[in-house]
Design a protein around this ligand. Structure first.
Ligand code: AKG
Ligand code: FE2
Length: 306
């Protein structure tokens, strides 16, 4: 019997390392998106986080509006006439106890809700750092790649109804981060990633798993080898959808993002000039670029196009 055709994003089993190192690299290069199974974030914590998220969005409007942005786009995003299905709350710098406490206070979180968010932030931060080491190892580097990097949470609510089935929840974009760990909805689908042939592929829910999407910083760090996956969220059914994204953005402040020297070869010279994350984020927003187009500004002339 012919082998079944494999469709959809790859699955990475975190307890099968270093055996899956090559598969991880392939997933980063071919898709820029993969499911993570056998992570060590307890399932009970995942479902507690989902309850906290539902309850935070149920707060009155004036409370949600206290969740102001620390950097552009990092705070509360209300439903808008031209963007009517998507609402979000944000927490910039999940690693700082201060920022986490601030976020919880703004939203009048109960002590138990605070505890859940703190536990979840800690677990996801550790998972992020583990992925950083594994991605570095997959290209032959021994590095605590994400140590000291800034991480941001965005908590998403999609107001899907009968009338909105078939319309766009979030438009096609890339994440500006190195990578994003996503706790997607355990039962409501809608996320789609663009594959290499330019076709959107549905990412179906898999309860208990997490999802990783690589962003623009990963493309630069890998000298153009890894894919900053374009993705969008479509309304497929009339059920409210929730997700939580943790963006591993980039090194703090003035530290530049660039491909490490070990990844450069005589026939693979540097593709992008170094830049800082904040500089890039500002540029992306200023140009209204959503899908990594701003990276072209940093392209090194005459380098092979990525
Ligand atoms: O909700 C999702 O599944 C995806 C959200 C997303 O792409 C984002 O927050 O950048
Ligand atoms: Fe995204």
């Amino acid at each position: 019997m012919a082998a079944a055709e494999i469709t959809g994003i790859p699955t990475i089993d975190l307890i099968d390392f270093p055996r899956q190192s090559e598969k991880l690299l392939q997933a980063c290069e071919d898709w820029g998106s993969f499911r993570l199974i056998n992570h060590d974030v307890p399932l009970t914590l995942l479902s507690e986080v989902k309850s906290v998220v539902r309850s935070l969005f149920d707060r009155p409007d004036e409370i949600k509006r206290r969740n102001t942005a620390v950097i552009p786009g990092s705070g509360y995003l209300a439903l808008k006439p031209d963007y009517p299905l998507y609402e979000a709350l944000g927490l910039y710098d999940i690693v700082s106890d201060n920022a986490l406490d601030n976020f919880c206070s703004q939203l009048d979180a109960t002590p138990q809700e605070r505890e859940t968010m703190k536990l979840f932030a800690g677990k996801l931060h550790e998972l992020g750092k583990d992925l950083g080491r594994k991605i570095a190892a997959s290209v032959g580097l021994t590095s605590n790649l994400f140590d000291g990097w800034t991480c941001q949470f965005r908590i998403n609510k999609y107001h899907f109804t009968e009338e909105t089935v078939g319309s766009v929840g979030v438009i096609t974009h890339t994440d500006s981060s190195f990578l994003t760990i996503l706790l997607d909805d355990e039962s409501v689908g809608g996320l789609e990633v663009l594959d290499k042939s330019g076709t959107f592929v549905a990412v179906d829910p898999l309860p208990g798993s997490l999802l990783v999407n690589l962003g623009d910083v990963a493309k630069v760090w890998s000298n153009g080898r890894m894919c900053n996956v374009k993705h969008r969220v479509m309304c497929k059914e009339a059920v409210t959808r929730f997700s939580v994204a943790m963006f591993v953005l980039g090194p703090k402040e003035e530290e530049a993002i660039e491909a490490p020297a070990e990844l450069l070869k005589p026939d693979q010279p540097r593709v992008y000039h170094p830049f800082t994350y904040n500089e890039y984020r500002k540029l992306r927003i200023a140009h209204g670029h959503q899908a990594g187009e701003a990276l072209s500004i940093y392209e090194v002339e005459n380098a092979p196009s990525a």
